[in-house]
Design a protein around this ligand. Sequence first.
Ligand code: BT5
Length: 306
Amino acid sequence: MQETRAQILDALADGPRTGPGLAEELDISRAAVWKHVEALREDGFDITSTDDGYELTAIPEFGAGAVSYGLDAPVTIEYHDAIPSTNERARELAAAGAENVVVLADEQTGGRGRLEREWSSPSGGIWLSVLTRPPEPAMHAPVFTLAAAVATVRALGPVGVDASIKWPNDLLVENDKLAGILTEMEGEADRIGWLVVGIGLNANIGAEDLPAGATSLLEEVGPVDRAALARDIIEEYWKLTEAPDTILPAWREHASTLGKQVRVETADGVIVGTATDVSFPGTLVVETKSGTEHVTTGDCEHLRPA
Ligand code: BT5
């Protein structure tokens, strides 16, 4: 959030302030105070003008203002009530040269999974895409998917949901899918040009609005504060990508795939065996009857504990 706006909100959190009072406190002009208050109102903050001055009467439930207020990550948030796909929009922004933007939506009308599969995205979800330009070789991109999965699991801790990660990109509660991740990128071999990590988390959505085999936070624990959760996910993701060495150990800690008998469908055929590890940048190591396989992409099904 723009710094002066955050300062105005901090001041108003302590009680009403007059326009001139705020101008003096923040060392800006009265016109600037007015302009920032208007911008905050547009972002959904209820700021009423009373005899005592400006009073903060309500903060928005969800949206750019709600998520960026207090956000500790150097990104701007672009919010849409409804949009075809936040990943698609982030790709457009990437093509226009943007970086460090999070596209966020309440509803997606054309949400996508991997391999052009459909991703149901009714109103009430957390559908977000983080656009960055990390200085990494393109082959490292899968590690960002793992980071997004770990970030989401960590953010769910305080909400009281114990999710596990199924390689490579599913968050499960028991065996039901709570969230999925779609990573897209463009770049040269030696460097990622842009990277879009899309996270879809079924938040305040009833099971009747989701496909079979899916679950939501509403079903697991009841309604959640989506703004706080989105903020936590973005902050955790940022922390992890700034310390890449921590990603794999954290992923292993939260993964339910390791130690399981798995069946992985890859472009080159089906691999069945025991998943024993994940190696950098996100390769699943599977011990099969005929030797060790290193799987970089595919759809994984858990069969049973090994
Ligand atoms: C994924 O694909 O799991 C990646 C989902 C990524 C969604 C986010 S939302 C923000 C951003 N913008 C986008 O347009 N996409 C990203 P995949 O592993 O291919 O799984 C897709 C399969 O999950 C579908 O074929 C369904 O079986 C199932 N599915 C669809 N919608 C679901 C939902 N809301 N919850 C759980 N499962 C779902």
